[in-house]
Write a protein that binds this ligand. Structure first.
Ligand code: F0G
Length: 385
């Protein structure tokens, strides 16, 4: 039966908002959890303690399909005919694919100018989505799509949509299933719009309430330096959920500073090149629930970690490798212990964003300079290959 072929909907009892008859699935969530000795030793873990959850295996090549099937199912249930998103590329690829395969809706996509990798853009175009490039970056595109979709009654599938987050909870269900329901010590995830981190916390909160787990792992959210709002606010300025009363003036002040300085997000990890994460408050609640920490990693740390992930046989895109780079940082700080069990989420497939990969590995200086020249990156870590 089709629900069983989905790594999301075989948990439909834990997603009770959806009528099983209305579920729109394209076989998402068939993703492996793999132990990696190479990445484990790079991070500094004892053998067998580092796991990679490979969300690149999804039909559109990223974790987004977990959430898209849920949002899309809801959209279908309420009879939506058009669905929209702003995207750094993966949400749009996923939406375009669900629209194309199901033929239930038209996809309308907003992207920032020059900000999206060709791999991801080509998915949206091939799947036939109406693709609109706006002057500005993701944060601008996000604001525009929120206005336009509410004005025109278009169904919005960005992770402000709560059903997206319901679907993404299943990433944690599958991690637990693969570990025979033994709760790991750490979940490490890249942070962009902060949908994943929020949904992971909700997943564990609910599983604990249901008595299906006896404890909750710690959460590490990894920002890219240059797109580090969460890190700055939580680790440097003391923004907290505080059981329902976030000290949000800290956030208002920071955003006013960003505006005054005309500061734009900038990182090689284009998927998470975001300065105004829409799920910031949900994520604060998640950090409280999972005793979480936030770190930021440089382009260099991301690319070195990505090359190491590649050696494990599971290629990922730059944003995904932030999780591994962040785990290494927390291990070096002594916050993660080498004998703990760590799960890093690899959010997107290697083929999504090959430009940075080629530039990092090539001996063609021109190509290196074109892509990475302004980023203070060197290939030192892998020069001996
Ligand atoms: N990793 C990848 C590969 C992503 O595409 C994204 C987000 C994230 C991590 C961050 O996840 O938002 O849950 O914190 N990509 C969005 C997009 C913004 O438009 O595709 P998050």
């Amino acid at each position: 039966e089709p629900l069983c072929r989905s790594g999301v909907w075989r948990f439909h009892e834990l997603l009770p908002f959806a009528d099983p008859e209305k579920v729109v699935t394209i076989g998402e969530g068939q993703t492996p959890l793999m132990a990696s000795e190479g990445v484990g030793s790079f991070v500094g873990m004892k053998p067998g303690q580092l796991f990679l959850e490979y969300e690149g295996m999804n039909p559109s090549g990223s974790f987004k399909d977990n959430g898209m099937t849920a949002a899309f199912t809801h959209a279908h249930t309420i009879g939506a005919k058009r669905a929209a998103c702003a995207s750094t590329g993966n949400t749009s690829a996923s939406l375009a694919l669900y629209c194309c395969v199901s033929k239930l809706m038209q996809a309308v996509i907003f992207i920032g100018s020059g900000k999206i990798s060709y791999g991801k853009l080509s998915q949206a175009l091939d799947y036939g989505a109406l693709t609109i490039q706006i002057a500005g970056d993701f944060d601008d595109a996000m604001q525009r799509v929120r206005e336009i979709s509410s004005r025109l009654g278009i169904y919005l599938v960005n992770s402000v949509n709560p059903f997206r987050l319901e679907g993404q909870k299943t990433i944690m269900f599958r991690v637990l299933e693969s570990l025979n329901w033994e709760v790991p010590d750490w979940i490490v995830v890249p942070g962009g719009n902060l949908g994943n981190s929020s949904s992971f916390a909700k997943a564990f909160h609910e599983l604990k309430e249901l008595g299906l787990v006896d404890r909750i792992p710690r959460l590490a959210i990894i920002n890219a330096k240059g797109a580090d709002t969460l890190y700055e606010l939580v680790e440097n300025r003391g923004l907290r959920w505080n059981q329902g009363k976030p000290n949000s003036e800290v956030m208002d002040t920071y955003y006013a500073e960003l505006d005054a300085a005309h500061l734009r997000a900038d990182t090689i990890a284009s998927a998470i090149e975001i300065n105004r994460p829409v799920n910031l408050f949900k994520c604060l609640r998640g950090l409280e629930c999972m005793d979480g920490v936030v770190r930021e990693v440089t382009d260099q740390q991301i690319l070195d970690a990505k090359a190491q992930v590649g050696m494990s046989g599971l290629g990922c895109e730059p944003a995904s490798a932030a999780s591994v780079a962040g785990a290494k940082m927390l291990r070096e700080e002594g916050i993660i212990d080498p004998s703990e069990r760590v799960v890093c989420i690899l959010t997107g497939h290697q083929l999504k964003d090959p430009t940075a990969t080629v530039a990092y590995h090539t001996s063609d200086q021109k190509e290196f300079d074109r892509v990475l020249g302004s980023r203070g990156v060197s290939r030192a870590a892998f020069a001996n290959r």
